[in-house]
Design a protein around this ligand. Sequence first.
Ligand SMILES: NC(=O)c1ccc[n+]([C@@H]2O[C@H](COP(=O)([O-])OP(=O)(O)OC[C@H]3O[C@@H](n4cnc5c(N)ncnc54)[C@H](O)[C@@H]3O)[C@@H](O)[C@H]2O)c1
Length: 262
Amino acid sequence: MTDITLNAPKLFDLSGQVAFVTGAGSGIGQRIAMGLAQCGADVALVDRRQDDGLANTADFITKAGRKSIQIAADVTHKVSLIDAVARTEAELGALSLAVNAAGIANANPAEEMEEDQYQTLMDINLKGIFLSCQAEANAMLKHGRGAIVNIASMSGVIVNRGLSQCHYNASKAGVIHMSKSMAMEWVGRGIRVNTISPGYTATPMNTRAEMVHQTKLFEEQTPMQRMANVDEMVGPAVFLLSDAASFVTGVDLLVDGGFCCW
Ligand SMILES: NC(=O)c1ccc[n+]([C@@H]2O[C@H](COP(=O)([O-])OP(=O)(O)OC[C@H]3O[C@@H](n4cnc5c(N)ncnc54)[C@H](O)[C@@H]3O)[C@@H](O)[C@H]2O)c1
């Protein structure tokens, strides 16, 4: 065979790409943003946090030799997201990659949950993904190429034993199916959409002091007998965004230490 063009290590190279990452000030989104930069992308960092989370992500990216911009925006606000994408393209170049990791979690028995608690979580976790994808895709469709990864959860597939969080679980099931639906709407126009569904992951979302008992249970219930380190979400995200996954769309990639097997 003389026509082989395969260059496997280059498949994961994101050089020359511009990424947009929501939830980039903490946890999974922060670490994925850092990882994308290490693979060669310039990154727009989006979060509503007021602390130094985004600045810490940006410092890391500068040290990795890539460019970033910090954007304070709330993923429930359509206009903020449209403006954020426009600023990204003006300052970094044509948008080609996106990771939507902004999200919240809380719990309450279904029979007691107030409508506000339900609605606020749904607005961030499900509508926020919709509005983010819409703003990102409107730029990507103009360029005829793009890859989007939405962070769902294994809670979109299973019900976490002992956790009363029907709204969270439903929001994540929604993210998985909405992502498949968008993947099919855009399949002929150069955009791939996939989800990552993490299992229990050691981030500020669930390593607070009051969670010590809970995290011990999480470790015991996971076949690998531990929670994920946040770094372990980077490889799956790079894979799904890169040319290594050029024929992969509409997929939910469980990264759960085997949790959903049992
Ligand atoms: N940690 C886990 O065990 C786990 C497991 C499965 C899925 N997830 C999902 O991963 C994603 C990231 O979670 P994490 O564990 O890194 O949590 P985290 O709290 O460390 O990070 C979430 C980030 O999202 C931002 N955010 C929240 N609401 C926002 C809004 N309206 N607009 C803009 N930014 C907003 C927060 O400010 C925060 O920086 C979430 O969607 C979460 O549901 C987490």
